[in-house]
Write a protein that binds this ligand. Structure first.
Ligand code: SF4
Length: 307
């Protein structure tokens, strides 16, 4: 499958079937921390970047097995709302299947009414909001020219007012960039005003696109205490679901996972719900086949897919 991947066990969504709606690496931002690598096409132009019929056919095939998944999630290599037929896809899924839909977005297009209309039936929208001041926004998210933090905040506000989806705002903290007292205060004010269903604090936990450092768990806890928003959570790792899979299938799933999100071997095992030994064996074979590589982040080896 080319556009549908997983299901993978995600920290926030449980067992989630991923759908890629833009190719590597089309995005309206080029975030310092991006796990999918540096953006090669920075744009706000919406287009059918991947063929709608092919995505639909892959979904049809996968969902014909009636898998026990928690979400179908639009995520992957870049910004999913850039896909111009997103609304049709949401409609198709909701008309034909019982699954919940999640959308991971950088929020850059949520201020547009037609985009909000298209995602009206999405169950959970997870927009990022890493900065409130334009200067910090430009440093951390490196947006396409003309995109402002006001536009992102306005979009999230409109989405919350529309009231059709749960909204979980994610803020990813990068050391020395958006963790100043002043920025945290402003972020806190914005969060208290927007009132998302959840505010999720994250930090750099996988090999990022650029040389940066994350915050410790204690530092994130301090942010949480300082802002004092009741529905705040520091994103933590989830427990695995165990399932039996042939090695060829495991290798395919690992490759799909680590080309989007580099992971240490134990996290791969958790994400796929397999035993550590199974993950180790499959990774070993993928390394020999040169389909993946090992990169060090801090002192931890991560497995990263070669695209
Ligand atoms: S983290 Fe998301 S918004 Fe930022 S560059 Fe990567 S895909 Fe784009």
């Amino acid at each position: 499958m080319k556009y549908v991947f997983g299901p993978v066990f995600s920290r926030r969504l449980g067992l989630s079937l991923g759908v890629d709606l833009v190719p590597h690496k089309v995005c309206s931002m080029d975030c310092l921390y991006c796990e999918a690598g540096k953006t090669t096409e920075k744009t706000l132009k919406r287009a059918e970047y991947v063929p709608f019929d092919a995505v639909k056919a892959e979904l049809e095939e996968f969902l014909s097995y009636e898998p026990d998944i928690d979400y179908i999630t639009f995520s992957g290599y870049g910004e999913p709302t850039l896909f111009s037929r997103l609304g049709e896809l949401v409609h198709y899924i909701k008309e034909n299947y019982p699954y919940r839909i999640a959308l991971l977005t950088n929020g850059s297009l949520l201020h547009r009414d037609e985009v909000l209309e298209e995602i009206r039936k999405v169950d959970v929208v997870l927009p990022s909001l890493d900065a409130v001041t334009q200067e910090v926004f430009e440093k951390i998210n490196r947006p396409v020219s003309g995109l402002t933090t006001e536009m992102v905040i306005e979009g999230i506000e409109k989405l919350i007012k529309m009231g059709t989806s749960e909204v979980w705002i994610e803020t990813l903290f990068v050391k020395g960039i958006n963790d100043t007292e002043e920025e945290i205060e402003k972020l806190g004010e914005a969060i208290h005003r927007l009132k998302p269903h959840r505010w999720q604090l994250n930090t750099v936990a996988r090999p990022p696109a650029y040389e940066i450092k994350g915050l410790s768990f204690e530092e994130l806890e301090r942010v949480k205490r300082k802002v004092g928003y009741p529905a705040t959570e520091i994103i933590a790792h989830s427990k695995a679901r165990r399932k039996k899979m042939p090695i060829s299938e495991i290798k395919k799933e690992i490759y799909n996972l680590v080309t989007r999100r580099p992971c240490p071997v134990d996290e791969i095992a958790s994400a796929l719900g397999i035993l550590d030994e199974e993950a180790e064996r499959a990774v070993e074979e993928l390394l020999q086949e040169k389909k993946v590589e090992e990169v060090l982040f801090g002192s931890t080896p991560y497995i990263k897919g070669k695209v």
